[in-house]
Design a binder for this molecule. Structure first.
Ligand code: UTP
Length: 295
């Protein structure tokens, strides 16, 4: 029995990933690797570190790659064992530790993040649950962000979402919250809006892809109408949750990379490569030479 406050984390992986075409034509963007691990594996490791045991993937086109990644690969394991490659065998087996359950549900049409989360309702049931957007990669020095949210939730019982400060001109890329005058990293949210213009944004505090929500949000998602682009926004259902139950915002410390964008994806690749135990120092030398050549 899992005694953690958080048993289930939902991973919406059904987006079209248009910013990364053609790489995302036959494979979800969450399978893009940062050095040697796909984004979705970083996300699953974060959920496990927060105490979760049930991973719910909301998949769309090209779902096979994710299912295969977390499935046992008999042929590969047999081949590695035959060749005596124990280290690689452990690496492959560690992709999904013992006791972790993966379940899959299909979002038949990409009708928005809110709709993707609603597709997970039958698998989540009437319990609080996490949502991780794997393309929002967050590198923290100590506790991963979902673990930090779970600790706050254990104390308050209130839904909580992670936020970070962004440049004003970038508010139109995010959900943005109003928390009044913040006193520390945790604040009650007064209001939330999706992708506001910088001139009308209530602040420069942007929602980043980590949420821990009460199941009440499903009821709101069921009655949320699509926006002008035909998408059901999670932000709209959270706005109603704020009014009824209250929702907190948590400003995490750590480096966030929007790996759905090419530039941030490249930045993440460089940072993780420099920190990689196998290739880090050789890669640093390479970069130094490269920068000198370009001077
Ligand atoms: P994005 O806003 O990044 O959209 O989705 P996208 O379609 O994946 O990518 P672009 O903008 O076309 O390049 C945010 C998260 O919500 C999921 C995505 O997989 C991503 O994790 N999502 C989005 C769904 O699962 N279903 C949807 O209908 C929309």
């Amino acid at each position: 029995m899992n005694s953690s406050i958080l048993d289930t984390v939902v991973f919406p992986v059904a987006g079209l990933g248009t910013r990364f075409l053609p790489a995302t034509k036959a494979s979800p963007k969450e399978m893009l690797p940062i050095v040697d691990k796909p984004l979705i594996q970083y996300a699953v490791e974060e959920a496990i570190a927060a105490g979760a045991r049930t991973m719910v993937f909301v998949t769309g086109r090209a779902k096979r790659a994710i299912e295969d990644h977390f499935d046992m690969s008999y042929e590969l394991e047999t081949e590695l064992a035959t060749r005596g490659k124990q280290r690689l065998l452990d690496l492959v087996r560690d992709v999904l530790p013992e006791g972790i359950n993966c379940v899959y549900v299909r979002q038949r049409q990409a009708l928005g993040l809110g709709h993707a989360v609603l597709c997970a309702k039958p698998l989540v049931g009437n319990r609080p649950f996490g949502v991780i957007l794997a393309d929002d990669l967050i590198n923290t020095r100590d506790k991963p962000v979902m673990r930090q949210l779970a600790e706050q939730f254990a104390a308050s019982g209130r839904s909580i979402i992670s936020i970070k400060r962004v440049a004003r001109e970038r508010t139109r890329q995010y959900g943005v919250v109003d928390i009044g005058d913040a006193d520390g990293p945790l604040s009650a949210i007064r209001s939330i809006v999706e992708k506001p213009e910088p001139s009308s944004a209530p602040s420069n505090l942007a929602v980043v892809g980590r949420y821990l929500l009460t199941p009440r949000v499903f009821g709101f998602l069921e009655t949320t109408l699509p926006d002008h682009r035909g998408e059901i926004q999670l932000t709209d259902a959270i706005a109603r949750l704020i009014d009824e139950q209250g929702v907190d915002a948590y400003e995490f410390s750590g480096t966030h990379y929007d790996c759905g964008s090419k530039l941030d994806y490249l930045k993440a690749t460089v940072d993780y490569a420099l920190a990689h135990p196998e290739v880090g120092s050789a890669f640093a030398e390479f970069l130094q030479t490269k920068v000198k050549c370009n001077d």
